[in-house]
Design a protein around this ligand. Structure first.
Ligand SMILES: [Zn+2]
Ligand SMILES: [Zn+2]
Length: 398
């Protein structure tokens, strides 16, 4: 769908990566800006807020963004989301860069253990550059997205932006990636992140006294065999085009009451796949099995779905812009062997845009994201800023 809408642009765009530095000179010395970004990140780091609660974070962002005098500044989009737009001198596409605003919940309260503070500081640094030097074509949009960790912010923002008539021809996002060499650029051809959905199966029979289990219609067997069936699909190479994975996340059966045979139970699973059609197929295979099992055991079966994420799929032309910018900066490029198994709600922006989601290596030692002891590497910010800047100032519509 996204390709149909945007393809017309491609014919007019010439990527010109010669004379990069000439085009992207700015008044603020690079070293000074980088130091400012480090300070901005620290301020954001010290104000971690959970998904949908990013009120103070939005205030801090606006405090930095307002003096850059964007042509458009939208607040409270999809919750506390902020979107700033800067018009270049020439006509051209609208190009969006997205970062996330939320911290994660830990034993300590809330902490920026995913590096979103760093991702925000990158776009704040970029705001200063595009504000000062308008020698680019089209409009640059900097998008600060709330509630990414719980996968709700992007779809809420995308809906409101549509109502405001804001469209992005191109959409870019990056994530720091521990375990890869510092400042290496990890490019995903095709699928960046898996699609996923939460599936809840409720089996309802009737309870009995625990001394007379034969009188009960218990969902026990149906739950166990449905979970086993899902496990068998995980290794079924025949039925699916690409990778699929089902994980049992919760089973609830009866109450904690030693006198009762349970009459009701829930099996909750997360199903994921790299291809959206595989996820549809997986869901319908699971549904069919659960319903048949219910019928066999005389149980009522109800199925509900939660948090559906389509797969995030990168576009080749958008990827090649990132690749060319990384090459011109002499950075190490790594082509990812397989997509990320986790989902990302960036897909809700990627639908109607040519998009690229890439990773930047956070260093090979150090903890993974979401783990205590994780540390965002500040050097990434300079690398990311250079890539984005190169893309903006060398993306010419003729
Ligand atoms: Zn995270
Ligand atoms: Zn993250």
């Amino acid at each position: 769908m996204k390709r149909v809408i945007i393809l017309k642009f491609i014919g007019f765009i010439i990527l010109n990566f010669t004379g990069i530095m000439a085009n992207s000179q700015n008044k603020i010395p690079a070293g000074q800006l980088f130091n400012e970004m480090k300070k901005m990140r620290q301020v954001l780091h010290n104000s971690p807020e959970y998904s949908h609660k990013e009120e103070q974070t939005a205030k801090i962002l606006l405090g930095y963004l307002e003096p850059t005098k964007p042509d458009y500044l939208h607040k409270n989009i999809g919750g506390y989301g902020v979107v700033a737009g800067y018009k270049g001198k020439g006509n051209g596409p609208s190009v969006m860069f997205r970062c996330e605003m939320d911290a994660i919940k830990t034993e300590m309260g809330f902490e920026h253990l995913c590096g979103h503070d760093g991702h925000m500081a990158i776009l704040l640094g970029l705001s200063q550059i595009v504000s000062e030097n308008r020698d680019f074509d089209g409009t640059v949009w900097l998008l600060f997205q709330p509630a990414e960790e719980i996968g709700e912010g992007a779809s809420m923002m995308a809906k409101e932006l549509k109502e405001l008539g804001i469209k992005f021809d191109y959409a870019f996002a990056l994530h720091n990636h521990p375990g890869y060499p510092l400042n290496s650029i990890i490019i995903h051809e095709g699928v960046y992140a898996a699609g996923s959905v939460g599936m809840e199966v409720r089996f309802k029979g009737s309870p009995s006294h625990a001394a007379y289990p034969e009188q009960a219609v218990s969902p026990y067997n149906a739950i166990v065999s449905t979970a086993d069936y899902m496990k068998s699909l995980n290794t079924d190479k025949e039925s699916f085009k690409d990778f699929i994975l089902g994980t049992v996340v919760n089973i609830t059966l009866g109450e904690i009451n030693y006198g009762v045979t349970p009459g009701e139970g829930y099996l909750r699973m997360t199903l994921r796949s790299f291809a959206d059609e595989d996820l549809d197929k997986l869901c319908s295979m699971m549904e069919r099995f659960a319903k048949a099992k219910g019928e066999e055991d005389k149980l009522e079966v109800t199925i509900a779905y939660f948090d559906r994420f389509p797969a995030t799929v990168n576009d080749n032309s958008a990827n090649s812009m990132v690749e060319a910018a990384a090459k011109s900066a002499g950075l190490e490029i790594i082509y990812a062997k397989e997509p990320t198994r986790g989902s990302d709600d960036f897909c809700f922006f990627a639908f109607d845009s040519l998009s690229s989601f890439f990773d930047i290596g956070n260093g090979t030692d150090g903890e993974d994201i979401h783990r205590s002891g994780y540390k965002f590497s500040d050097q990434i910010m300079e690398t990311a800023l250079n890539i984005y800047r190169t893309m903006i100032y060398n993306f010419k519509v003729r």
